[in-house]
Design a protein around this ligand. Structure first.
Ligand code: GLN
Length: 231
């Protein structure tokens, strides 16, 4: 009989509250597009994914120091990150939008003058806010996860926040209690990341698995399940 090689286990860091990409359901199980993709890819490619829900910035830091093998967390492929990481084929697209409380009078970036804006540590939304804050005259406050960012806006401590359109659109649809007031920036494709030049094995397994899921319809099924529409 054929001897089956033991499945390799990879530790994959992720965010804790980033629906519809990753979040805990009522049974405290991590679900969402990213979780279903990585589990389905692991199954296709014959490896085990040990998911570490440690928060976005912590996941990125842990990957850069080699404590984990990969990150899947609605992570935007940027030129800056490409210096440190290798990214998979993109699996989703999202820009950055500004959101405010439902009764807020703020409708544009110009209205942010003198205001406080909530952002999430280490994200491309935070980079975007920081890049325009002098021009529009606002201050920023940072939080480690999206829930705390949104709460700061909902309780009136911050006038607005910046985050990914794919996440805020989903939030608006599912009763998050914020409204989006800007058009999405033309930036941002999500990719699975590994350390640059290392773990090419895992990266190619991810890419091969994703390709299979796109061919067999499972990818579309997952996207549809969480967003109600095709990618
Ligand atoms: N897409 C954003 C980034 O990569 C935010 C990711 C996240 O908050 N999980 O920076």
């Amino acid at each position: 009989p054929k001897v089956q090689a033991a499945e390799k286990t990879y530790t994959i860091g992720t965010d804790v509250t980033f629906p519809p990409f990753v979040y805990a359901n009522s049974n405290n199980k991590y679900v969402g597009i990213d979780m279903e993709l990585i589990r389905a890819i692991a199954k296709e490619e014959g490896f085990k994914a040990d998911i570490k829900p440690i928060g976005f910035n912590a996941a990125v830091q842990s990957l850069s120091s080699g404590q984990i093998d990969g990150v899947i967390a609605g992570m935007t492929i940027t030129d800056e990150r490409r210096q440190k990481f290798d990214f998979s084929t993109p699996y989703y697209q999202s820009g950055i939008v500004m959101a405010v409380a439902p009764k807020s009078k703020i409708t544009s970036l110009k209205d942010l003058k003198g205001k406080r804006v909530a952002i999430k540590t280490g994200t491309s939304g935070a980079d975007y806010a920081n890049s325009i804050k002098d021009r529009y005259g606002f201050k920023t406050v940072t939080f480690d996860d999206s829930d705390n960012v949104y709460n700061d806006v909902k309780n009136g401590n911050s006038a607005a926040c910046f985050d990914d359109s794919a996440v805020l659109n989903y939030g608006v649809k599912t009763g998050l209690g914020l409204k989006i007031v800007t058009k999405p920036t033309n930036t941002g494709k999500y990719g699975f990341a590994v350390q640059k030049g290392k773990n090419q094995e895992l990266l190619s397994k991810f890419n091969q698995g994703l390709e299979k899921l796109k061919k067999n319809g499972k990818y579309d099924q997952i996207i549809e399940k969480y967003t109600g529409s095709a990618a």
